[in-house]
Design a protein around this ligand. Structure first.
Ligand code: SAH
Length: 369
């Protein structure tokens, strides 16, 4: 592995480069820039995994590319199929030895791939298994794209939607997330247009503004989980820095800029956010911001041996979820309930974490946010 890493550090990583950057790369190695366009097409539209598959690139140039660059940033490590649903979990290995998880979730109308943006996460949300694991590294746009490429190559269904809801906080890895979105949007052979991409965040207002101003118009999901500042702060420590009130102002701005309704993700936690006053607060909120509420049954994280508040969290009963949702709908709130799929392969939300990464050293997240 060290050997692979050393070689790749000396070579140029092509996956993740934009068309302009690829053209510059070809210029820098003394080749005409139109080769950049061709390679762009092979990598992102035809999803090739080797230079040898690039039919219109002469053999000598393919060899030169082999010597000077590389393009696969991940390798397939394992696939786990859920017995109870059609959900599949893909495990990939990065060139520096981390494991990345992506989850394929087919339903009637679409096939959604849930991609990771970081290995681990520094935000420490009390209900989330990835949070319990701590932060390891940001994924590059190439590593984000290759999750899609390898999942698509190893599936007989056409992936139609991408959600950034795997491991990590995409807005903390903003540059690479944005770059990967631009690459998905530039693809011609697939259905992944910007309207089929959802970025999910706990709420980092300066980045929400930047995303709104980027003109990309992806869908934005906000991990709400409580309409009350104190409760939200106890679940999501970042709420102490960026309050719900501040976030809501920026979500409002996001809607005004993009005309995309906000999705509020709402994890159902017994006696914490499933009370009558929570229903009332949600009704008020949905009148304020054009949105829909995605109610999510809480998946246990007990297998992670959590401590403190994390150890006390219990799922709301299915009966109460039903009652909760019905009352919201009776009040004209747009609500959908996420199926808990793939629980048996620990692929359900918040469970994307595993021994392979826990054993690697913790890293401080040092960037400003
Ligand atoms: N950091 C981003 C994206 C990753 S989490 C965010 O928080 O939005 C994606 C979704 O999984 C979020 O809505 C999150 O709240 C949800 N989730 C986290 N832990 C969960 C759990 N234990 N059970 C069910 N959903 C969970």
């Amino acid at each position: 592995m060290e050997e692979i890493k050393r070689i790749n550090e000396e070579k140029k990583q092509l996956k993740g480069l934009t068309i302009k950057e690829l053209k510059n790369f070809f210029f820098s190695i003394g080749e005409p820039s139109f080769r950049g366009e061709q390679v762009f097409n092979w990598m992102y539209n035809h999803l090739v995994t080797s230079f040898d598959e690039m039919g219109n690139i002469p053999k000598v140039l393919r060899q030169k590319l082999q010597d000077k660059s590389f393009m696969m940033t991940l390798e397939l490590f394992d696939i786990k199929n859920s017995v109870s649903s059609k959900t599949r979990k893909y495990l990939f290995k990065t060139l520096d030895g981390f494991l990345v998880e992506s989850v394929l979730i087919p339903d009637e109308e679409r096939v959604t791939l849930c991609v990771s943006s970081q290995i681990g996460c520094p935000l420490d949300c009390k209900f989330c298994a990835t949070g319990l694991m701590g932060y390891r590294k940001n994924l590059s746009s190439g590593e984000i794209f290759d999750q899609y490429l390898l999942a698509q190559k190893n599936s007989d269904q056409q992936i139609t939607n991408i959600v950034y809801m795997g491991m990590g906080e995409p807005l903390l890895n903003f540059k690479e997330t944005l770059r990967s979105i631009r690459i998905f949007a530039a693809e011609k052979n697939t259905n992944i247009s910007l309207s089929k991409i959802t970025v999910s965040t706990v709420g980092i207002p300066p980045k929400i503004k930047y995303l709104a101003d980027s003109g990309l118009k992806v869908k934005l999901a906000f991990s709400l989980h409580s309409c009350f500042e104190d409760i939200r702060s106890s679940l999501i420590p970042l709420n102490k820095k960026y309050s719900l009130t501040t976030n809501l102002n920026f979500l409002d701005y996001y809607y005004k800029k993009t005309s995309r309704r906000i999705t509020f993700e709402y994890l159902m936690l017994k006696d914490i956010n499933d009370r009558q006053e929570d229903i009332e607060a949600l009704i008020k909120l949905s009148k304020r911001i054009p949105s829909k509420i995605n109610v999510i049954p809480f998946n246990s994280i007990k297998h992670m041996n959590p401590e403190g508040l994390s150890a006390e969290l219990e799922p709301t009963s299915l009966y109460r979820i039903d009652e909760f949702v019905t009352t919201l709908r009776d009040n004209n709130v747009s609500v959908f309930v996420r199926n808990t799929q793939g629980d048996d392969i620990a692929a359900a939300c918040g469970q994307l974490s595993f021994d392979g990464n826990v054993l690697t050293p913790l890293v401080n997240f040092t960037e400003e946010y």
